[in-house]
Write a protein that binds this ligand. Structure first.
Ligand SMILES: C[S@@+](CC[C@H](N)C(=O)[O-])C[C@H]1O[C@@H](n2cnc3c(N)ncnc32)[C@H](O)[C@@H]1O
Length: 444
């Protein structure tokens, strides 16, 4: 297996990789067009093709268990279910976890679903007159910036009609996920959101919510018909746990055949903010603070918006890292020290030093959990990007590989998928360090 790991992944099982574009495996591009995967467009998601290829490579089948400790919108779980492989996915973001659950529920009475779609769409085609702006007072300002009043009213009408026209909880969730997708497609807010806040300058064409919703629901129904027809094994378990992946999850030790994941990268991406529009619209949250309590504080540290300086010790790096890998600890302490000094001379004074320390502290806990549940000799594959906050290069794959060895894994290797960060080249504020995305393969 050691020799196998040293070969590029593409030589391990060339058959499984034919037709794959390595640059896209770490991105959601392929998944945007694939049945089921496209139900929730998660920019942080990865390609379903990577999961398919790994299931082939590691010969997983009926009775095997696949784990994804950062399952996000459920790409891994959907592919596993299609292939008849049991899976466990862990996700701490409640909205994203909900979306993954809806994508993984296929056990509808299809006749009843079809009839419910028909009834709901018929009802929606006869909308009452717009009752005026007062009817929209429940929505925070941000939502108003994304839609004209009439379109927002249509969205609200759809949302409220779903309550009335869903005979089962699952059908209600199916409709709500279609409405979630509609929220982005129908909005006039620019596509750069959430990086670029909705504004007149970035506006795109608004689309009529009723039309978008109707098309989306019908496409989702056709997707279900397609995957159900292609499915080979129906007797499969798909567990999606809403919990913190740093905590011991309810899985037997040494029971998992393969772990695959794409953890948050150390790139200051605020996952909690990604679903602000959706959470505000459905009433899951009303303010930034709400989202911090319900989401931001539950995720591993990967963005400065998650860092509160007062909550860190004077030495922010966990003593566990020092105990397990003293050399790595020294290198990390040096990087963190550099960042602590540089930030003082920067306008934003970003807490990158604590973000980096917190990231590795948290990732160590995650690796320990994965180690606990993997079978001996099993592999853990991570899709990862490196980073360079304030231009200080952090070799993320290497550091995590070394942490894995310290935890007890026997070996690790890294394979590049693509270079990244080039699109920011014109920005004088940004560092010029070339970054990449790759696979970190760790073997127990
Ligand atoms: C890169 S995304 C994974 C995307 C996934 N591969 C997909 O295709 O949808 C990383 C995910 O880790 C989740 N996450 C962050 N901290 C977590 C934690 N402590 N426990 C569980 N999940 C967490 C984030 O909410 C995010 O959805």
């Amino acid at each position: 297996m050691r020799e196998q790991l040293e070969l590029p992944l593409y030589q391990v099982a060339p058959q499984a990789m034919i037709g794959l574009t390595p640059e896209r495996l770490g991105t959601f591009q392929d998944s945007l067009r694939a049945p089921i995967h496209r139900w929730f467009k998660y920019p942080a998601g990865y390609s379903y093709k990577l999961v398919e290829a790994l299931i082939e490579d590691y010969s997983l089948g009926a009775g095997s268990w696949l784990l994804d400790p950062f399952v996000g919108s459920g790409t891994t779980s959907v592919v596993a279910k299609q292939r008849g492989v049991n899976s466990v996915g862990i996700e701490a973001h409640p909205f994203v976890h909900w979306a993954a659950k809806v994508k993984c529920f296929w056990e509808y009475d299809m006749g009843q679903l079809h009839q419910s779609i028909h009834r709901l769409l018929t009802h929606l085609h006869r909308p009452p007159d717009f009752p005026g702006n007062e009817s929209l007072s429940e929505f925070p300002k941000l939502i108003h910036k994304c839609y004209s009043d009439r379109n927002l009213w249509s969205l609200k009408f759809i949302r409220d009609s779903i309550e009335e026209y869903s005979p089962t909880a699952e059908i209600g969730d199916f409709f709500r996920l279609a409405l979630t997708d509609t929220l982005r497609a129908a909005s006039k807010a620019g596509t750069g959101w959430p990086y670029i806040a909705p504004s007149k300058y970035h506006e795109k064409n608004e689309r009529p919510a009723l039309e978008v919703f109707s098309q989306t629901v019908q496409r989702m129904y056709r997707d279900l018909v397609t995957v159900l027809a292609e499915r080979r094994i129906a007797d499969v378990q798909t567990r999606l746990l809403l919990m913190d992946t740093r905590q011991p999850y309810p899985i037997e030790p040494e029971s998992v055949d393969l772990a695959v994941t794409s953890p948050p990268y150390l790139n200051n991406y605020d996952y909690a903010d990604r679903t602000r529009l959706e959470m505000y619209f459905f009433g899951w949250a009303k303010s930034w603070r709400d989202i911090t309590e319900k989401v931001r504080d539950k995720l591993i540290i990967a963005a400065t918006t998650q860092v509160r300086r007062t909550e860190f010790q004077e030495n922010p790096i966990s003593p566990s890292i020092r105990g397990l890998e003293p050399m790595l600890y020294e290198e990390l302490a040096d990087k963190v020290g550099q960042l602590a000094a540089i930030r003082l001379h920067k306008g934003g004074k970003k807490n990158y030093d604590l973000m980096v320390a917190g990231y590795f502290n948290d990732m160590l806990l995650m690796i320990q959990q994965v180690y606990r549940v993997l079978k001996p000799h099993a592999t853990f594959v991570m899709v990862l990007g490196d980073s360079a906050p304030y231009g200080v290069y952090i070799p993320t794959e290497e550091y995590l590989g070394r942490l894995a060895l310290a935890v007890g894994f026997r070996d690790y290797s890294v394979q590049n998928l693509r270079e990244r960060g080039g699109k920011w080249g014109h920005n004088p504020q940004r560092h010029k360090v070339m970054l990449k995305e790759g696979l970190l393969l760790v073997q127990k």
